[in-house]
Design a protein around this ligand. Structure first.
Ligand code: ARG
Length: 460
């Protein structure tokens, strides 16, 4: 049993249960790249400030390179008795290079070290998530382009409402994912300040240069307050919140596609490559990936909840509780990356059943609101038009016909204002051709939206 790096004042070792309970290296080893990067920057700053010699610096940097190679090749021995990634690396460095290794932790605490690592890690994670979102958006836009003219029933309350161009509906999701990216980029901006040099909580009396480490790690500036620097995990909460919103968006999309893949809807057919079968029912072909996207959104929301509750009772400054921020963070990022990727693959593997869709359009009087607009053109107040069309719908329902199946006499009996031109407003085709407001489902508006996204995704 080797002595702990912090062992000076201790007379007996921790119990095995405590050691096992408090280790974090089993999961925080994934911070190793960030940890080495932070250590390199710190060592170089110490040398520049004359706190260690250039020879020490060279030995440390070389030792860190060797550690990096060993970790990369899987040779590195991660040791639970060395607690966490930071002490595993530092102790290994001392094993490798001896005395100079004992100088690396000058003017540094694991408290500023861990949160520096974490900020660097989250910065990278955000880039990866944004990348995956863009790929999903591209897949949705491709689907929209391939189905440019397809009309689908639009729903409110899951009851048939008004007709929509399919690209319009798909681009609604693309818009949501754009804001999701925006939220992530906002957190990336806010988190990009450097905690290193805050040390345990109070800073240090040694002549360090926090601006130098901040610069060399690509941060905008050092965090202004050392207590704040080691205490807060709001940047973790922000990315977990942004992920939760993405998860909720993906879950809604998943729900829609699961529904559309049912016999009852039959709007889409997922390919076999994104479907799974039943162990008992031979006929089954289930959209499991999308159900799992819906299901995994629960974890992502749970991860946010975990860290919110973790932080809420903590006094300043660092508390060991904060070690528990990592697993939910890693889980959330990993889960959201998987959800985005599988959703993109699903989008690339569905066919819209155009015939079935068009056969379904006459049901549900999707043109009723357009008919009310017709009466507005004729000078009728909208509220009266609503009522008149309501009577027409009631008659159509009773006669089991579409609105366009009512004769002019029947319309006339409801209200004399109807004329022959009413039929140019009826039927889904006519109805959808009337839309023209900005952001509407009208063909021109949708074409404009599509152009916007195609340009944007092409980097124009
Ligand atoms: N593994 C610890 C964490 O993740 C590093 C900081 C430990 N600091 C301490 N004073 N025990 O938070």
């Amino acid at each position: 049993e080797e002595a702990k790096l912090w062992g000076g004042r201790f007379e007996e070792p921790v119990t095995p249960a405590v050691e096992k309970f408090s280790q974090s290296v089993s999961y925080d080893q994934r911070l190793w790249r960030q940890d080495l990067k932070g250590s390199r920057a710190h060592a170089s700053m110490l040398a520049l400030q004359g706190l260690i010699t250039e020879k020490d610096e060279a030995a440390i940097l070389e030792g860190l390179d060797r550690i990096s190679d060993r970790i990369e090749s899987g040779e590195f021995q991660w040791r639970a008795d060395r607690e966490d990634v930071h002490m595993n690396v530092e102790a290994a460095l001392i094993d490798l290079i001896g005395e100079p290794g004992r100088k690396l932790h000058t003017a540094r605490s694991r408290n500023d070290q861990v949160v520096t690592d974490l900020r660097l890690w989250v910065r990278d994670a955000i880039e990866q998530i944004v990348d995956k979102i863009v790929q999903l958006q591209a897949a949705l836009i491709r689907l929209a382009v391939e189905n440019r003219e397809v009309v689908v029933p639009g729903y409110t309350h899951l009851q048939r409402a008004q007709p929509l161009l399919l690209p319009h509906l798909l681009m609604a999701y693309v818009e949501q994912f754009e804001r999701d990216q925006g939220r992530l980029k906002d957190c990336a901006e806010r988190l990009n300040y450097c905690p290193l040099g805050a040390c345990a909580l109070a800073g240090t009396g040694l002549p360090i240069d926090r601006f130098a480490t901040s610069d060399s790690l690509g941060f905008k500036a050092p965090l202004r307050n050392s207590v704040d620097a080691v205490s807060d995990r709001d940047f973790v909460l922000e990315v977990l919140s942004a992920n939760s919103i993405i998860a909720v968006h993906l879950s809604r999309l998943a729900e829609e596609w699961v529904l559309w893949a049912t016999e009852e809807f039959g709007f889409i057919t997922p390919s076999d490559a994104v479907s799974t079968g039943s162990s008992i029912m031979p006929q089954k072909k289930n959209p499991d990936p999308m159900e799992l996207v819906r299901g995994k959104s629960a974890r992502v929301v749970g991860d946010l909840t975990t860290v919110l509750v973790l932080c809420k009772g903590l006094p300043l400054a660092y508390n060991r509780d904060l070690q528990e921020d990592k697993e939910p963070l890693f889980d959330s990022v990993e889960t959201i990356l998987g959800m985005l990727e599988v959703t993109r693959e699903f989008a690339q593997n569905i066919t819209f059943n155009v015939e079935r869709l068009s056969k379904s359009l006459p049901a549900g009087h999707l043109d009723a609101t357009t008919l009310a607009d017709y009466l507005v053109y004729k000078g009728m107040p909208f509220r009266s038009a609503h009522e008149v069309v309501g009577h027409a719908v009631a008659l159509a329902v009773a006669k089991k016909v579409e609105l366009k199946g009512l004769s002019l006499e029947e319309f006339g009996a409801i209200n004399p204002i109807f004329e022959e031109d009413v039929y140019s407003f009826l039927g889904v085709e006519n109805s959808i051709s009337k839309f023209r407001s900005y952001g509407s489902t009208g063909a021109d508006c949708v074409a404009e939206q599509l152009k916007f996204w195609m340009d944007k995704l092409a980097g124009k």
